[in-house]
Design a protein around this ligand. Structure first.
Ligand code: HEM
Length: 588
């Protein structure tokens, strides 16, 4: 097919449009940030000019300023408008008045430490353990991914069976799925479910059991996959059944825990976040059971089960939970309510309806019945309804608060993940069409799509939520500069990764259609794989920075506490008196 005819294909045109949307969104954030930096530069320039002026002030000008300063600081004697009786606050009515030191026209940042009281310290600690271990798997898992990517351009980098591509790839995908994303999502769910139910009734011990089981499964799974012990070819089903059952039990224990606050909630409604989180957690347990039940592992039924398994894991677990978390964290981050609750309900039910039917779109033109393939294609087009409803709802929640993108270090993660949600999901719909599927299936285009979604949507969302929540749990903000570096390295790296593989994948598909020798397609991919390795390295470095930012948010630093209230002053005095009698503290 001629290259110009390719551009006439609707699927290709839509893909180009989606790519353009991502680039425009990225540029928008870059412009916002640039304007903010530019304004700062102008201010500094103005400050320098002011300093110069001050240096050159004449004697007369100085005197004028001093005179004006004296006038402005004129003070009335304290008893001018009252008597001579000393003021006292016998009933303690005025001791809690806040000092208004700044204009209230602009929103002021809420002190993160004031959020700490919302959940118990025990729960906060459990959540941090979930997030901490998730980050461990992000780094381990993407180290495998990076090395697998490097092997495309340096296939002879090593000759160890444990590090062969066929083992590295499932070690990577499973570690980032079940280790990174799953652990982080469960941890974040523990916070959201209890907050929107307005009651905290977890069994913390069960929480730790779940944490240990999930981590043990991923550890055992990683080692066994690298050792060559696996479940055969089923993608994301490479862990052998005892390991995946351990993972499933770990999730089921958390499901049991998460159901408690919903059942005992003190709110009348079940907030939409909990619809998503609870059903997503139920779905993944079902999906694992279906994916591993022996009677469905034969013949063409196995292929249908594979399609169901892998797309339900993505749609009904990763996507479902993260969307639920977004309905909580986005309004909280913007300090306003979600734009439309009804749109959220529409998105939820259409998500359940269509997502559960699309698995077979992975096997278009296979020996699976044609009508089942057509059902999957129609449901893939139906996915545009929840995707459009969700995206519109999130973007309209943003409306009126766009200016916050300039100063917030967290919101760019939210904004880009929403853009990726729209573009990545729409791209999935486009890939399901028969023509585009014929062109792209089996090429690197699919790998590009996986990262646009699992990385652009899921991972960016988890980062945004983590930067919102962790400072609220620990009272410590991450260094702003490093969060910025994390964001830009991850975004630019991802764009290099996905654009290179999209172009390269399309060229490979066209070469196959023209019946060119297979090896020609491989040779043609070399520069694109190199770009992927460069982009992947940037993404990987950004993960190390995220780990560092996590450390900065959780590290315990001795707090210097200055006694201010009468109670604190008296307590301090008492302590001092005690130490006077303590010979060991004599030097103090
Ligand atoms: C440093 C960042 C990353 C790098 C360098 C990387 C690299 C890779 C590589 C080389 C593959 C194998 C592609 C192939 O078979 O040709 C792969 C597959 C995959 N990765 Fe990653 N990855 C990264 C991060 C992630 C993250 C964070 C996720 C999800 C949370 C993820 C999800 C996947 C999935 C789903 C596949 C299977 C792709 C498919 O067959 O469609 N990756 N990755």
């Amino acid at each position: 097919m001629a290259d110009s005819a390719l551009l006439n294909e609707t699927g290709i045109q839509l893909t180009l449009l989606l790519l353009l949307i991502i680039i425009i969104a990225g540029l928008t954030i870059a412009i916002f940030k640039f304007l903010s930096v530019y304004a700062n530069i102008l201010k500094r320039k103005e400050a320098l000019e002011a300093q110069k002026k001050i240096e050159n002030l004449s004697e007369e000008e100085l005197e004028n300023h001093e005179q004006r300063d004296r006038e402005l600081h004129t003070e009335l004697p304290e008893n001018k408008l009252s008597g001579n009786i000393p003021a006292s606050d016998e009933r303690g009515v005025i001791q809690n008045i806040n000092l208004v030191e700044e204009l209230r026209v602009f929103p002021t940042k809420r002190r993160t430490s004031s959020f700490q009281k919302y959940i118990s310290p025990q729960l906060g600690k459990l959540i941090l353990y979930f997030l901490g271990t998730a980050i461990f798997w992000l780094i381990i898992g993407t180290t495998f991914g990076l090395y697998a990517g490097i092997k495309y351009v340096a296939p002879d980098a090593d000759h160890l069976s444990w590090l062969s591509f066929g083992r590295l790839r499932p070690a990577h995908t499973n570690a980032v799925f079940w280790g990174w994303a799953s652990l982080a999502m469960v941890g974040l769910s523990y916070y959201v479910v209890t907050r929107v139910s307005n009651v905290e009734v977890y069994n913390i011990r069960q929480g730790y059991v779940s944490l240990i089981l999930i981590n043990a499964a991923v550890l055992a799974g990683t080692i066994s996959v690298l050792a060559g012990v696996n479940n055969g070819g089923g993608e994301y089903r490479e862990y052998i059944w005892p390991i995946m059952i351990t993972f499933g039990i770990g999730i089921a224990v958390s499901l049991h825990n998460l159901l408690k606050p919903v059942a005992q909630r003190t709110t009348k409604e079940i907030y939409i976040s909990n619809w998503y989180v609870i059903s997503g957690t139920i779905f993944i347990v079902i999906v694992i059971i279906i994916g591993y039940t022996p009677i469905w592992q034969n013949g063409i039924g196995e292929t249908i089960t594979q399609g169901y398994y892998m797309h339900q894991a993505i749609g009904m677990w990763f996507m479902m939970i993260n969307l639920g978390l977004m309905y909580y964290f986005l309004p909280q981050q913007l300090n306003k309510s979600i734009y439309s609750y009804s749109l959220g309900a529409l998105a939820f039910w259409t998500h359940v309806l269509f997502y559960t039917l699309i698995g077979t779109h992975h096997f278009i033109f296979s020996s699976i019945p044609w009508r089942l393939q057509t059902t999957a294609i129609i449901a893939s087009a139906g996915m545009l309804i929840p995707v459009a409803a969700g995206t519109t709802n999130f973007l309209l929640t943003f409306s009126g608060s766009w200016y916050q993108l300039k100063t917030s270090y967290t919101l760019p993660f939210y904004f880009m993940s929403i853009i990726f949600y729209f573009t990545g999901s729409f791209q999935g719909t486009v890939e399901a069409f028969r023509y585009t599927n014929l062109l792209w299936h089996f090429t690197d285009f699919t790998v590009s799509h996986s990262h646009l979604t699992m990385y652009g949507i899921i991972t960016f969302m988890i980062w945004g939520f983590s930067y919102t929540l962790i400072p609220r749990l620990t009272g410590k903000e991450p260094p702003k500069l490093w969060v910025g570096i994390h964001f830009w390295l991850a975004l630019i790296g991802l764009m290099m990764y996905v654009i290179a593989l999209m172009i390269g994948g399309t060229q490979t598909g066209m070469m196959w259609m023209k019946k060119k020798p297979f090896i020609d397609g491989v040779i043609n991919m070399f520069p694109f794989w190199l770009w992927r390795a460069i982009g992947g390295t940037m993404m990987w470095i950004s993960h190390l920075i995220f780990a560092y930012n996590f450390y900065r948010m959780v590290k315990t630093k001795e707090e210097v506490k200055i006694p201010r209230t009468p109670a604190e002053i008296l307590a301090a005095k008492k302590q001092l008196r005690n130490t006077e009698f303590n010979p060991k503290n004599e030097i103090l």
